[in-house]
Design a protein around this ligand. Structure first.
Ligand code: FCB
Length: 386
């Protein structure tokens, strides 16, 4: 008999997005010149329609980011109209009974801050925490969860080691400075929010990878895995662990490692962008997070799949492993699929299609894919059939 797997009461079911990837019309951040997103999904003007869709698809939670360059287009000058607009967004979500998780930094910076080095400049701690506090005071009554940084290590390595993302540097010293300033910013923001409202829920969205030795019998492979796990999955969390109310987990990757750090994935199933689909990895990563003794929200998980051939099974299989982890004591309390709709995928542009909902970029029409209806059933039932 096919078994129905139930999730804990109150489990959050939603989707994740970020401002630059969907809003459109952002003209004052550091990505614009290198990777322009143009009108993106025009969510800026169509958010009511998008929230109706979310509601129709039975989602009860939503994670999105606030675009700093809209709120503070010039240093120290806050834009009332934009502050008001995000307020309307929050009210619009609340009126539909949708819980809100806000990301304060999701990869983009206002130009004025990028010009002085962004997070590689120690002053970023002051600027970012001032922005965060402002946002907090404006929206504290409607926001349920706060995320300071989205994927701090991805951000630092793509922008300061690989040279792929703004500011396109390849500089170990800058990379380390960015990490240091992110850690300090997070701690300060955590403290500031708690000083204002003791029950604020402040977390981070951490991209953790399931690292596995290519050869389980090789001490060198195992040692590489130990180091990779420590530096990629644990270091940042260890540094901020006593200033976290929950952990947000973004899970996309499994890496089989051969000494020293060579990837040897089997890639039996891959998404449109070539990322391996490896559902059981989420189970091991969740188990690894148990040591922090904090509630966990899966803040991102998804794949590029334009034809929607894999997405339904992708969701089902990941939920199976999440459910198993919960059965074994992992305190996971919500799942946010990446993403609600197709969007601007950073340096890859608009080609990868991560959406439950397809966007027709000519007409901007929204068309839910089949997998969106599958996910809607799961959201409604708080369970799924294995
Ligand atoms: C994550 C990012 C998110 C999106 C997905 C596919 O690393 O946080 O913005 O691009 O990957």
């Amino acid at each position: 008999m096919r078994e129905s797997l139930k999730f804990p009461n109150g489990f959050l079911w939603g989707t994740s997005t970020s401002a630059y990837q969907i809003e459109g019309g952002i003209e004052n951040n550091d990505w614009l010149k290198v990777y322009p997103a143009g009108l993106a999904c025009d969510h800026y003007n169509r958010y009511e329609e998008d929230f109706d869709l979310m509601k129709k698809l039975n989602q009860n939670a939503y994670r999105f980011s606030i675009e700093w360059s809209r709120i503070e287009p010039e240093e120290g000058k806050f834009n009332k109209k934009e502050i008001e607009r995000y307020f309307k967004i929050s009210q619009s979500l609340k009126s539909r009974g949708i819980e809100i998780m806000v990301t304060l930094h999701h990869f983009t910076l206002p130009v004025w801050l990028a010009k002085i080095g962004g997070f590689s400049n120690i002053k970023s701690i002051f600027y970012f925490s001032r922005f965060a506090k402002k946002i907090f005071l404006e929206y504290q009554n409607s926001v349920d969860f706060w995320i300071t940084f989205n994927e701090p290590l991805i951000y630092a390595s793509k922008g300061y080691l690989e040279g792929a993302w703004p500011p396109q540097k390849k500089n170990l010293i800058l990379f380390l400075k960015v990490l240091k300033n992110q850690i300090a910013s997070h701690k300060k923001i955590y403290q500031d929010f708690h000083n204002t409202k003791s029950n604020a829920k402040v977390g981070i969205a951490k991209n953790n990878i399931y690292f596995e030795p290519a050869n389980r019998k090789s001490p060198l492979d195992k040692f590489s895995v130990f180091l990779a796990r420590y530096f990629w999955n644990e270091y940042f969390l260890n540094r901020i662990g006593n200033r976290l109310d929950f952990i947000g987990l973004n899970y996309y990757f499994h890496n089989k490692i051969k000494f020293p750090f060579l990837k040897r994935n089997e890639n039996k199933v891959v998404s449109d962008v070539g990322w391996e689909v490896y559902p059981e990895g989420i189970y091991y990563v969740l188990k690894g997070l148990r040591r922090y003794n904090l509630p966990i929200y899966i803040t991102e998980n998804g794949l590029a799949d334009e034809k929607d051939k894999l997405r339904t099974n992708f969701i089902k299989d990941h939920l199976f492993w999440i459910h198993k982890a919960i059965q074994e004591g992992v305190d996971a309390r919500g799942y946010f699929h990446w993403s609600l709709m197709d969007n601007f995928e950073w340096e890859k542009g608009f080609d990868p299609k991560f959406g439950l909902v397809e966007i027709d970029y000519k007409t901007l029409e929204r068309k839910p894919r089949q997998s969106a209806f599958y996910y809607a059933q799961v959201c409604k039932n708080n369970s799924f059939i294995k």
